[in-house]
Design a protein around this ligand. Structure first.
Ligand SMILES: [Mg+2]
Length: 256
């Protein structure tokens, strides 16, 4: 039996842990209710930088899972928190959606294509030849290249969609510059989330469904890691990696 008695705060991944393709996974609603009833500090994390926390909260609520917006931490918010520390009140040329532009607005960033400090790339379905060209030229001229998340593809009902990592690869190919990527598996995503809720690594648990992002980042951030099997990981997948989570559970129902 794994000892969870020291764990007083939780971070949990969203897709494959709480929800999957629009439906709520077993135990998810009960776990969120339990944390709220017990005043447990927690955040629901996603590498998706398209939506604002308010949008995501509304989408989750519509699907039957009640998560308040202040309990959601996206790679866009983590990117904004990172830039706020690195260069307060800086400027950026942004390719992304409201989730990212709003997060940068909220930390006082100026969004401009005139000599910006950064080019910031997030998840988007609306990039075009013109804004990719602009991003490439600004990076060549000295703007630092940041991406919200490394995911090469995202899920959809009809099959994979090209995601931030694929667009970043195009810019990298054209400029020779790799982006600094803030989202998972960068443990920065967990560190900024913990800072947001006043949590400490020794007493924080992290729940995820992927070995190559959630679990490795959780281990590197010094967290108690829980892998659930409601997403893509199975026994064969787990055995491929040279590290293991603290515990493996069938679903978050085992934490209620
Ligand atoms: Mg996941």
């Amino acid at each position: 039996m794994v000892d969870r008695s020291k764990i007083t705060s939780w971070l949990t991944d969203m897709d494959g842990v709480l929800v999957h393709e629009g439906h709520v996974l077993p135990g998810a609603a009960e776990l969120i209710s339990k944390w709220q009833a017990e005043d447990t500090p927690f955040l629901v994390l996603t590498n998706n930088s398209i939506y604002t926390p308010r949008d995501l909260s509304a989408r989750l609520t519509a699907g039957g899972l009640n998560v308040p917006e202040e309990r959601i931490w996206t790679s866009a918010l983590a990117t904004a928190a990172f830039l706020d520390k690195q260069m307060p009140k800086g400027s950026a040329y942004v390719i992304g959606e409201t989730g990212l532009t709003q997060a940068l607005h909220d930390i006082g960033y100026t969004q401009t294509d005139n000599n910006p400090d950064y080019v910031v790339l997030g998840e988007t379905r609306n990039f075009n030849f013109e804004n990719l060209t602009k991003a490439i030229r600004l990076i060549n001229a000295g703007a630092r290249f940041i991406a919200t998340n490394p995911d090469a593809t995202g899920p959809s009902a009809d099959g994979p969609l090209p995601a931030t990592g694929s667009v970043a690869a195009l810019i990298t190919k054209a400029t020779g510059m790799e982006p600094y990527i803030v989202g998972k598996p960068n443990p920065m995503m967990f560190r900024s989330a913990m800072r947001k809720i006043g949590a400490h690594s020794e007493s924080t648990g992290m729940i995820g469904d992927r070995m190559d992002t959630d679990v490795v980042a959780g281990i590197e951030a010094g967290l108690h890691t829980v892998l659930v099997l409601t997403g893509i990981a199975d026994d064969a997948e787990i055995r491929k990696y040279p590290f293991r989570p603290t515990e493996i559970l069938n679903s978050v129902a085992d934490l209620v």
